[in-house]
Design a protein around this ligand. Structure first.
Ligand code: HEC
Ligand code: HEC
Ligand code: HEC
Ligand code: HEC
Ligand code: HEC
Ligand code: HEC
Length: 468
């Protein structure tokens, strides 16, 4: 007689071990639970604002100079580390004392890593409405769709096989029992389907599916194609780079010579907006934000001395005067009427909320532009290498920015996207001294053994070129 019990026991053992293996890995979901239970009472869930304890967003970078173990130790018992004189711990204590962080000696490494994943996910959270990593890049759209598709087919086949095996074993058992002279009832399909074994199988399948989806979601979280956040000032590339044809590198001069393209400092804006003080679209509403940030008084055309130390009221009187004077001039009146006063107040309130946030409490100081493009920390990307050496146009990676009133992320910024271009793009050897060292390629090109050299040929697919 075939031992059907043993058969099921074995198959469950195998099925069991899969979810177990999955849960040993740190996951965002585990992190969320741990965070909610142990950390949320003192650390804000958005990871960006301070509560009883500091905002945890970016905490891994802040601890990057120390071994990972130090971060574990901190979370398990911060006071012990402070007493031992660990420099980072002491620094934190000096800022936050006398508030003591609770010790969590029982948290495992996996649980802490899970919390780190959750912190990262929350800190980089993208509004729900975004199409996260969908469509767009040629490589990316297939990457995700294909994975899911395969998964469902495999699941279907597995389920079907399980069903057939159950039927076969059942039938064989039936025959065996009958042969031995016993009496056995043959199970119907419905009985088989609702039997304990099949129901348990379905539950495990659901667990595995859940694990899979969590992992893919975690991988995609950082990606944000088409991300187009609202900016503190309604700065339009369409107006500047499109209509007025200002060169990209006039403002992003880092692109040519350094790793970062760099968002221009407010001083760069002043080159033109010392003269253009009232805009045709928003009047004083947007341009005054530039002045209030840097401390320029457009009424007197002078920079304000010791601007940083002025109180909010003093700042308000300078810029509401400017806004009010313009409304008076526009309407041809000597003093502001009720609607005029309301307009001034409305512009001032909007200015304050644009130039301040949780961390930056006063309007003075740099404009905090929302960052749009953001590669994960483990990726190395260098603008000058692409723009100056590779002679790649901004548009190839950023799309038609000069047509965007609000910048949006054009490319997926996925690994497939980088690799794909390195496979396809020809290196421009002619007249580029940077490539002089590749003599053999030059020879091969000259004598016709090779018709092109791609980025791949010069090592553009090697992991360590892009990963720290
Ligand atoms: C009782 C309040 C409290 C709880 C609960 C708490 N923390 Fe803290 N945490 C703090 C305070 C306060 C600090 C600042 C340092 C200090 O005063 O000791 C801090 C600092 C930290 C830091 C260092 C931050 C940095 O910028 O380097 C990390 C990491 C951290 N906490 C993680 C956690 C985790 C993970 C949990 C949950 C397992 C947790 N904390 C639970 C209050 C708390
Ligand atoms: C007059 C100055 C100016 C010019 C000219 C300009 N930019 Fe910008 N750019 C900015 C400012 C300010 C921001 C930040 C605000 C924003 O995102 O709109 C920015 C943001 C960007 C960003 C998004 C940065 C991020 O956060 O990831 C990209 C990409 C970009 N510019 C590309 C270009 C390209 C390409 C051109 C030329 C077609 C160009 N810019 C011309 C000032 C300028
Ligand atoms: C090279 C010159 C130049 C630079 C540099 C420049 N701008 Fe402009 N800006 C213009 C011109 C020209 C206009 C169109 C004025 C108009 O017709 O309203 C404009 C319009 C604007 C407007 C719309 C005003 C309105 O009400 O219509 C805003 C906002 C603005 N700029 C912000 C900025 C910011 C922020 C910076 C710095 C990052 C900057 N500009 C840098 C030339 C420049
Ligand atoms: C080969 C692709 C590529 C080209 C070409 C390129 N960029 Fe970028 N750009 C990126 C990537 C990738 C990021 C994100 C970098 C990061 O997160 O570290 C980025 C980020 C930026 C940013 C945000 C600030 C920063 O430096 O991280 C600006 C502004 C920008 N690019 C402007 C430009 C301009 C202007 C040009 C043309 C002169 C240009 N880029 C050419 C891929 C490119
Ligand atoms: C539009 C095409 C394009 C895209 C997209 C692109 N690259 Fe490149 N990349 C090039 C070209 C062309 C070169 C050759 C320039 C050179 O020799 O340094 C290059 C060179 C490089 C190099 C130097 C390779 C070497 O062997 O020296 C690195 C590193 C690199 N890219 C990283 C990236 C990363 C990371 C991304 C994605 C975030 C990316 N690139 C996206 C076109 C691209
Ligand atoms: C041309 C640049 C480039 C090269 C070469 C490259 N990577 Fe990546 N890699 C990236 C970028 C960009 C990301 C970030 C993708 C994202 O955030 O979605 C990434 C992400 C990853 C990740 C994290 C998982 C993920 O999808 O986010 C792993 C693991 C990885 N790369 C491994 C490798 C290995 C192994 C190699 C060598 C075979 C390699 N990479 C070569 C650019 C590159």
């Amino acid at each position: 007689m075939i031992n059907s019990r043993l058969f099921f026991k074995l198959s469950f053992l195998i099925l069991f071990s899969i979810p177990l293996l999955l849960t040993a890995e740190p996951t965002v979901d585990v992190g969320k639970t741990v965070f909610k239970n142990y950390c949320a009472s003192c650390h804000a869930k958005d990871m960006k604002s301070k509560l009883t304890g500091p905002a945890l967003g970016g905490v891994e970078e802040r601890w990057a100079d120390y071994p990972r173990q130090d971060l574990y130790d901190w979370i398990r018992n911060s006071q012990k580390m402070i007493q031992a004189g660990h420099p980072k711990a002491v620094e934190l204590w000096n800022e936050w004392k006398p508030t003591v962080m609770t010790a969590w000696p029982n948290l495992t490494d996996e649980e802490i890593e899970s919390v780190m994943l959750y912190i990262d996910a929350q800190a980089n959270k993208v509004p729900e409405t975004l199409s996260v990593a969908s469509g767009g890049g040629d490589v990316d759209s297939t990457e995700n769709g294909f994975g899911n598709w395969i998964y469902w087919v495999l699941l279907g086949i597995l389920g079907f096989l399980a069903l057939i095996l159950t039927r076969i074993v059942g039938n064989l058992n039936h025959i065996a029992t009958v042969k031995e002279g016993g009496f056995a009832e043959r199970k119907t399909l419905v009985e088989t389907l609702t039997s304990k074994s099949v129901v348990s199988f379905l539950i495990f399948a659901a667990v595995i599916l859940g694990g899979y989806l969590t992992v893919t979601k975690a991988v995609n979280l950082g990606r944000q194609q088409a991300y187009a956040p609202e900016q503190p000032i309604k700065f339009s590339h369409e107006t500047h780079a499109g209509l007025h044809k200002i060169d990209c590198q006039y403002c992003h001069d880092g692109a040519r010579r350094s790793k970062h393209a760099v968002i221009p400092a407010t001083n760069t804006c002043m080159n033109c907006h010392k003269a253009i003080k009232v805009g045709s679209e928003y009047g004083t509403a947007e341009l005054t934000k530039i002045y209030a940030s840097i401390g320029y008084d457009p009424s007197t055309d002078k920079y304000i001395e010791d601007y940083e130390s002025l109180s909010q009221d003093e700042v308000e009187s300078i810029y509401t005067k400017w806004i009010g004077d313009n409304i008076k001039a526009e309407k041809g009146i000597d003093s502001l009427d009720q609607t005029g006063l309301e307009m001034v107040q409305e512009q001032w309130t909007d200015l304050v909320s644009s130039l301040t946030n949780e961390q930056k409490k006063k309007v003075q100081g740099p404009i905090e532009w929302e960052r749009i493009h953001n590669l994960p920390d483990h990726v190395y990307f260098n603008h000058s290498q692409h723009v100056t050496v590779g002679k790649v146009e901004c548009e190839a990676c950023h799309g038609k920015v000069e047509e965007m009133a609000v910048v949006e992320q054009h490319a997926p910024l996925s690994m497939g996207w980088c690799i794909n271009c390195h496979r396809q793009t020809e290196v421009q050897f002619e007249g580029n001294e940077y490539y002089d060292s590749y003599e053999n390629y030059h020879e091969q090109l000259a004598n016709g053994d090779r018709d092109k050299v791609t980025v791949e040929d010069i090592g553009g697919l090697e992991c360590q070129k892009c990963h720290y």
